[in-house]
Write a protein that binds this ligand. Structure first.
Ligand code: ATP
Length: 209
């Protein structure tokens, strides 16, 4: 059997930082954002669906999808956003499954799925434990503005476009509070490692499904 740890959180809460800690301890991470980028590459099935639905206007001269432009098109239009999600979801989930399968073939017993929309995409049912990286709202806003060099208004609208972090927190098996320093985070992470390295029990196996 294989333990698939779910890693999620809010925008800028520290998922990538935690993901790097897992990798640093030899636990491989499947990054849903990477898969989501790959399914839009020129000539793929996802690319064809998106071009058919949104037209050539969302393409760059070289035929690749103009991601910022597509982002603008869907950001303020819930119907278009839903359409895009519906078109790409099957490609993303099979892409993630393929990555997991490859790691299983290599003999890994524990892997991490880093999926920003773990709950929204209902992928949480495949993962145990579910680790939510939480951060207090002020710190989240501050870090997001700093990292992306944006205004508070812009950062807030991106935070508010997601499922509230406090709701995600209630669905977690393990909450990592990343409101403190990186040193604090590494300290919390040690406990997570202990939990994650335990073999999967039959009870967990049953309850996670
Ligand atoms: P996104 O959802 O946007 O991909 P994320 O959840 O992966 O974000 P990170 O990129 O890991 O979040 O963290 C957001 C920013 O905060 C980064 O610039 C990161 O370096 C910084 N950061 C993360 N944790 C801490 C911490 N404990 N102390 C200070 N800065 C931190």
């Amino acid at each position: 059997s294989m333990r698939i740890v779910g890693l999620t959180g809010g925008i800028g809460s520290g998922k990538s930082t935690v993901s790097n800690l897992f990798k640093g301890h030899g636990i491989p991470v499947v990054d849903a954002d990477v898969v989501a980028r790959n399914v839009l590459k020129k000539g793929t099935g996802g690319w064809r669906k998106v071009v058919a639905a949104f037209g050539d206007e969302i393409l760059l001269p070289n035929g690749e999808v103009d991601r910022p432009k597509l982002g603008q098109v869907v950001f303020n239009d819930p119907d278009k956003r839903q359409l895009l999600n519906r078109l790409l979801a099957p490609y993303i989930s099979s892409g993630i499954f393929l990555e997991v399968f490859k790691l299983w073939m290599k003999g890994y017993k524990t892997i991490v799925l880093d999926v920003p929309l773990l709950f929204e995409a209902k992928m949480d049912k495949w993962t145990k434990p579910i680790v939510v990286v939480w951060v207090d709202p002020d710190t989240q806003l501050q870090r997001l503005m700093e990292r992306d060099g944006t205004t508070a208004e812009d950062a807030k609208s991106r935070i508010n476009a997601q499922m509230p972090l406090n709701l995600k927190r209630t669905k977690a098996d393990i909450v990592i509070d990343n409101s403190g320093s990186l040193e604090d985070l590494k300290e919390h992470f040690r406990e997570v490692l202990v939990h994650v390295r335990k073999p999967l029990t039959w009870t967990e196996f049953g309850l996670s499904r």
